[in-house]
Write a new protein. Structure first.
Length: 209
């Protein structure tokens, strides 16, 4: 079973509270999502491998540590996942970014892939899949499935807010994918929105509603 990490850092919780407020405008919403994403990825990458290297400081030669192992890939789920990219790239500027887009078939209600562009060497990278809201988990699970179909298996899922239903779906479908969230909320309502949540993250991010 994959692990679920809920961040309780005071700065993350403070900024998330402002994002939840219905009176918070697009500009501030975007800035806060950027800041929280940066704070979260600091912990998401805590277990990355390092290696000892030799560095000459202005004083002497010393041994210190630098990143080793697999490089990072960032995969936002369109469109709301785009709002999390810049904050993460500010800490991992050498990461490569892919994109995956899904829509829900109106008849079958199943997620359908309409766009997927991954780094050429994605299968050799630690991939961080981004989506602010993990509601039913259907879209995130499908996105991870599509990524795995391209021979990628080192995957982590990062969400701003999750519902228990979404967590359960990911753990059932992808027990090898660890989940990192800033908040685990109460439940979903009859329309599939997270309660208390913050509404539609994409609409609030881009001002489309």
């Amino acid at each position: 079973m994959s692990k679920v990490v809920v961040f309780d850092h005071p700065l993350i919780q403070h900024k998330l509270s402002i994002m939840r407020d219905k009176n918070t405008g697009c500009k501030e919403f975007r800035e806060l999502l950027d800041e929280i994403s940066m704070l979260m990825v600091y912990e998401v990458t805590r277990d990355l491998q390092t290696e000892e290297v030799e560095v000459e400081t202005p004083i002497c030669v010393t041994k210190t540590k630098m990143l080793a192992g697999k490089p990072i890939g960032i995969i936002p789920i369109l469109r709301a996942g785009l709002g999390m990219v810049d904050g993460i790239m500010s800490l991992i500027p050498n990461a490569k970014v892919g994109h995956i887009g899904l829509y829900r078939d109106p008849e079958t209600l199943n997620p359908v892939e309409y766009y997927c562009k991954l780094p050429e060497d994605a299968e050799h990278r630690e991939l961080i899949v981004l989506d602010p809201m993990l509601a039913t988990g259907g879209s995130a699970s499908a996105a991870i499935t599509f990524i795995k179909q391209r021979n990628c298996h080192n995957i982590r899922l990062v969400n701003l807010i999750a519902a228990p239903e979404g967590i359960e779906r990911i753990q059932k479908d992808h027990p090898d994918v660890d989940i990192y969230v800033a908040a685990l909320d109460e439940k979903l309502n009859d329309h599939g929105y997270i309660i208390p949540g913050l509404g539609d993250a994409g609409d609030r991010l881009f001002g489309t509603k």
